[in-house]
Write a protein that binds this ligand. Structure first.
Ligand code: KG4
Ligand code: ZN
Length: 340
């Protein structure tokens, strides 16, 4: 039997300081996430400089805890993988610099990982069977991508957002409704008591054949609706606004993903990124997959939002292909998926 490959993953691209030990890209041995949400909540969103400082304060003990809980010693790991983009540059640099220093001192290879590729690899975690090819809908706070995952670490982007990402739209609408950051989970909750057909918000499909997304028009339409209600002293029914907004977002996300899967003759769809925690998205996608005979794979919620297990998983597949990074590796806030 082949020897196990043990990867330590490190993630600091936004507001989670995270470290994790994963075997063979799939078996999560430890998964430590220090979330800064409570700190950024009072500002209504992530403050980049505050995020970097908090990463500096916490990275050491988060990595230490992940190693301790895993039971592995540093000399037993095969590589240190770390997110080097996309994300907030100051935040990325904290994790990257720490990973470089650690890898150098323990004489292990460094593997730079693309954050979105990490989100996609979350589908392999704690699952021995799930394999490419599949269509992946990546819906995070900063990115909305429709990707063909042709093989391990082989990606083709078919569509992406031209402006706001799905998560960003959720967060902005939530803020306008007076809900706290991050808005996605709050809208998810509120929408359960609202009527999704009560307000007719636009459904941004763009051109007939386009696989791109655009949520800024929908966002403006919802904000205008809220402003108009406020100006005319009409009551804003938060439940109906949340449900109707979500109905538009989910319909577009699901229909484009199903259309792509049919067109490319794939039979499997996977979700990735924070918005894939959304209960309505999961439900509607599952129904459509069942109708069309497609298999749907969704990561456990803890692996949908930012974590380092997904970075260790993606790091494993890169490491297996011999993709080792140099110690000159820099942070790239706008790194494109599939580019190294
Ligand atoms: O992937 P992620 O943790 O961070 C980025 O890489 O951006 O995604 C965070 C995003 C936030 O916009 C948050 O509001 C959204 O995921 N989110 C949700 C839900 N849980 C998290 N959006 C809708 N419904 C949810 N249940
Ligand atoms: Zn993310």
């Amino acid at each position: 039997m082949a020897k196990d490959t043990v990867i330590l993953g490190i993630e600091t691209s936004c507001d989670e300081t995270a470290a994790s030990v994963v075997i063979n890209g799939r078996e999560v041995i430890s998964n430590i996430i220090y979330s800064q949400i409570e700190i950024h909540k009072k500002f209504g969103g992530v403050v980049p400089e505050v995020a970097s400082r908090k990463h500096v304060e916490n990275i050491g003990r988060v990595v230490e805890k992940a190693m301790l809980e895993s039971g592995y010693k540093f000399d037993q790991i095969d590589a240190v993988s770390v997110t080097y983009g996309p994300g907030l540059v100051g935040a990325l640099l904290v994790g990257l610099s720490y990973a470089k220093g650690l890898a150098y001192s323990i004489k292990k290879p460094l593997v730079g990982v693309h954050h979105i590729e990490g989100h996609i690899c979350a589908n392999y975690l704690n699952n021995t069977d799930f394999k490419p090819p599949f269509v992946c809908l990546v819906v995070s706070g900063g990115h909305t991508h429709l990707v063909l995952v042709k093989d391990y670490s082989v990606y083709e982007i078919i569509g992406k957002t031209r402006d706001d990402a799905a998560g960003e739209a959720y967060d902005k609408i939530a803020r306008a409704l007076g809900l706290s950051y991050p808005g996605g989970p709050n809208i998810d909750k509120l929408s359960k008591d609202g009527d999704p057909l009560s307000i007719n918000f636009p459904k941004p499909y763009l051109d007939k054949d386009s696989y791109d997304f655009s949520f800024s028009g929908l966002k403006s339409s919802v904000l205008n609706y809220i402003n108009k209600c406020n100006m005319t002293s009409e009551n804003v029914d938060k439940y109906n606004v949340a449900a109707s907004f979500q109905n538009s977002v989910v319909e577009v996300l699901v229909n484009k993903t199903i259309k792509l899967c049919k067109e490319k003759k794939y039979n499997t769809i996977a979700l990735a990124g924070g918005v894939s925690c959304n209960t309505t998205l999961r439900e509607v996608m599952k129904n459509e997959c069942d109708k069309n005979g497609f298999y749907l794979k969704v990561p456990e919620p803890i692996y949908c939002t930012d974590n380092a297990a997904m970075i260790a998983s993606s790091g494993f597949f890169e490491f297996s292909k011999g993709n080792i990074s140099s110690f000159e590796l820099n942070a790239y806030p706008n790194l494109i998926l599939g580019q190294r």
